[in-house]
Write a protein that binds this ligand. Sequence first.
Ligand code: SF4
Length: 263
Amino acid sequence: MSQHSTIEWTDATWNPVRGCTKISPGCKHCYAERFAERFRGVRGHPFEQGFDLKIVPEKLAEPLNWKSAKHIFVNSMSDLFHEKVPLDYIRSVFAVMNVAKQHQYQVLTKRAERLEELNQRLPWAPNIWMGVSVENEEYLYRVDHLRRTSAFVKFLSIEPLLGSLGKVDLSGIDWVIVGGESGPGARSMNEAWVKEIRDQCLRAGVAFFFKQWGGGQKKKAGRELEGRTWDQMPELVTISSSCAMTSTQDVGTAAAGSRVAAF
Ligand code: SF4
């Protein structure tokens, strides 16, 4: 949990859940697992139990105490929709996001099926951005699950990109992040795969963020694509609780056509 994050597309991380289990090829070199397992058995350390899944209720209220507005990556060290996280607890996390409205929350999951299954039971708010991870063409079905949710802002984290995605249906999607894998054993990413996604985002008017090339020397490889950085973010959906808009369709209509804001 940190008020400051080095992740390029967020300001802070908040981990009311710790630990996870691997579910697809994108998890192979999971950074969170590598980090957590270093501390297994270290008494008193937050990751004393390594990467075993654990809910952390004492961390629930943390964003309420952060006064300045931030983009907060929810569960950078876990997956909120993991099957072992009880629905009531997920609802508590959503309740905090509804109360601490000064922030924008970026929730990311690979458990897209469970996300859709629980969708109707979650109190969505405009400041809750919901994303799914997709690493190759085989997992594009996660985007369909996301599309069917009531999230106001929907995004894709295509990291680590492990192959060409081919044609991606970007309807209803507000933001796409692409990145290569970094660290020991990093799998390489082809420039053509990145450009293929970037071009589809440009055509569809979807904000595009290129995070990094990755590889063994991530800093050296940098994050420029065709001579520039791509730091687009979705336009914020600003709706007060007294707003006359009552459905996600209304919000979607209002936001359509001008989804991209370059920071
Ligand atoms: S879903 Fe995310 S946190 Fe969980 S093992 Fe995979 S990469 Fe790691």
